[in-house]
Design a binder for this molecule. Structure first.
Ligand code: AGP
Length: 611
């Protein structure tokens, strides 16, 4: 996701900003820009694509100053081009803003500001912040007070850094969601999205908390809470090396990405579902009820983990759409001569957007006249370029080969799509409002799950790490999670594992069960809960070791299982987003125990671009 760096001090600021942005490149981006204050003027230079494009532009200019900020953008609102690249300015060009996150209510604010005469130059949600500050300053307010007022008007998730040419030497940094840190130097201070770009200058770091903002100049850092009360916080001494800093202190990218899921899921639904009106809105996918009604069938094409997300998607969409839905592996779909025509909607699901088999399947469908949409994490990738509509999963770059946050954001995208279909079909708005509320609280539930279960799962991983085989069981919407749990374990620990529908166990895999076989089962409350319990009893009767993922406080499961992993309750269609997390952690800690190369498992590539 977007990278942020701000500097005030005595050094030549351009190399500080470019050097800092390079340290943030690992977060992924599609454009970059910097702002440098010189006198009262603010010079902004931006470029599409890689940082080298920005550097070439800067090479042709003489930009001097000791105060400024830089940004790498991962597009959410508006295309990834130079015009939408940050920093963004108000009408005077002096109030300059960079931002990571999503301003949910930017549209009504923008309309109000336009009516008051503000000229907007970009398609971004961010620009509204600069104009809001300008508007308040027009009536004589100080820069800091105008920012305070803007922060009270905006809704959503943001890490914002703001400067004002008329107030040289003051950086304001505000956090509500995405991370922001402040580096305390000698006669210089910095702000950034994480510590990686700060380590060249200081190891004294203050972490901003949600709702807080900081007023930073060369000598001082003042912190305030959301009610504008001063906050005192001592800096922490960070001893990480550069690689650890990129992993934010986690031992592996995979673990970092598991922990990023609350943020990633939130970024995927933010700005797309509006509880008050009950509306779903996708900025890169527009379908009218008439267009939707022409579809007779839906095909979903994907590979690996994305294919598991597609299976959950089928469950959700079929219920919403009441038309037949088929899910295929890309590698099968392209050769099986599927029945596709212009009344077929084809959804390609791919984190990278470059998986050769998925792309080939999508091409096949397009050639046969299908409407094509992509659920994808990478802007500008092959899957997005060939599709008529895209739902971006705002997971941010996924570096660990084993997919985690990409999967839960794909599930989020399918959930939103199923609500969108209900909206297109004219279903009652009240049901959608409730469904949206349940979605909105999911990030808190993932946080709670990580907090209460991670240590316990690590202990279980030690207990079971010498097993040679695992069986994963689930039913209904949790059956794909059994498949995903088995895949994750295979990929990174090299233990043989199979995922099965719990009801299918008696037709074969039951022969494998003895006291040496750990069985990971998902038994949350769904209409088939009792059936799953019966299946588990059958496994228990054959001495299988039951590790059961269940709802918090489920005593019946506790009495039956050898070990339980409790997850917070949620509605059935959202359960997979929670039930998959323990399977990710179990695979991770078993692989760790066995000394495997977790982020780069043998024989695997992050994106399989060959057939
Ligand atoms: C998941 O952990 C995998 N590494 C793999 O199965 C992956 O999901 C698959 O190759 C598809 O990739 P994509 O989502 O980028 O298309």
């Amino acid at each position: 996701m977007c990278g942020i760096i701000g500097y005030v001090g005595t050094r030549d600021v351009v190399p500080v900003l470019i050097g800092g942005l390079k340290k943030l490149e690992y977060r992924g981006y599609d454009s970059a820009g910097i702002a440098v204050v010189n006198g009262e003027g603010v010079e902004v230079v931006r470029a599409e694509g890689k940082l080298s494009n920005l550097e070439s532009k800067l090479g042709e200019m003489e930009l001097e100053g000791t105060f400024g900020m830089g940004h790498t953008r991962w597009a959410t609102h508006g295309k990834p081009n130079e015009n939408n690249a940050h920093p963004h300015r108000d009408c005077t060009g002096r109030v300059v803003v960079i931002h990571n996150g999503i301003i949910e209510n930017f549209l009504p604010l923008k309309q109000k500001l336009q009516a008051a005469g503000h000229q907007f130059k970009t398609e971004t949600d961010t620009e509204v912040v600069a104009h809001l500050i300008e508007e308040t300053m027009k009536s004589g307010a100080r820069f800091v007070d105008a920012v305070r007022s803007a922060l009270k008007q905006i809704e959503g998730h943001y890490a914002l850094v703001i400067i004002n040419g008329k107030d040289p030497g003051t950086i304001i940094a505000a956090k509500h969601g995405p991370p922001l840190v402040i580096g305390i130097g000698e006669n210089e201070n910095l702000v950034a999205s994480d510590v990686a770009p700060l380590l060249a200058y200081t190891r004294n770091i203050i972490y901003l908390e949600d709702g807080e903002y900081a007023v930073v100049d060369q000598k001082r850092v003042q912190l305030f809470d959301e009610h504008d009360n001063a906050v005192r916080r001592e800096p922490k001494k960070i001893l990480w090396d550069a690689v650890m800093a990129e992993k934010e202190g986690y031992r592996h990218y995979m673990l970092k990405e598991i922990h990023e899921q609350p943020r990633a899921v939130r970024d995927t639904f933010t700005g797309r579902m509006f509880e008050e009106s009950g509306d779903i809105y996708f900025n890169e996918l527009e379908l009218t009820p008439a267009q939707w009604s022409k579809f007779r069938r839906v095909h979903i094409v994907a590979c690996g983990t994305s294919w598991h997300a597609a299976l959950v998607g089928k469950f959700l969409l079929e219920e919403a759409a009441r038309i037949p839905i088929e899910v295929d592996y890309g590698s099968e779909y392209r050769y099986r001569n599927p029945i596709v025509d212009e009344e077929t909607l084809v959804i390609g699901v791919t984190q990278s957007g470059e998986t050769a088999d998925t792309i080939a399947g999508m091409q096949e469908a397009k050639a046969k006249g299908a409407q094509l949409i992509a659920i994808c994490n990478v802007i500008g990738s092959a899957a997005t370029r060939m599709s008529q509509g895209v739902i971006y999963t705002n997971a941010g770059p996924e570096i660990g080969v084993a997919s985690t946050k990409a999967f839960t954001t794909q599930l989020t995208a399918f959930y939103l799509l199923s609500l969108y279909v209900r909206q297109l079909r004219g279903e009652p708005v009240d049901d959608r409002r409730y469904a949206m509320h349940e979605m909105r609280v999911i990030p808190h539930k993932i946080e709670h799950l990580l907090k209460t279960q991670e240590k316990h799962i690590e202990r279980l991983a030690h207990k079971y790490s010498t097993a040679q085989d695992f069986l994963f069981l689930g039913r209904g919407v949790n059956y794909p999670i059994a498949l995903e749990g088995a895949l994750k374990l295979k990929e990174i620990s090299y233990i043989h594992a199979e995922g099965y529908p719990a009801g299918e166990m008696k037709h074969g895999p039951i022969a494998l069960i003895d006291e040496n076989l750990p069985i990971v089962a998902i038994a949350t409350h769904t209409p088939v809960y009792d059936k799953v319990v019966s299946n588990l009893q059958e496994a228990k009767a054959r001495d299988g070791k039951l590790i059961v993922i269940c709802d918090e406080g489920d005593q019946a499961i506790r009495n039956l299982a050898d070990d339980v992993i409790e997850i917070p309750w949620t509605v059935e269609p959202l359960q997979p987003i929670l039930s998959v997390v323990p399977t990710q952690l179990l695979a991770y800690y078993i692989a760790l125990r066995r000394g495997a190369d977790i982020d780069q498992p043998r024989n695997l590539a992050k994106s399989v671009t060959v057939e």
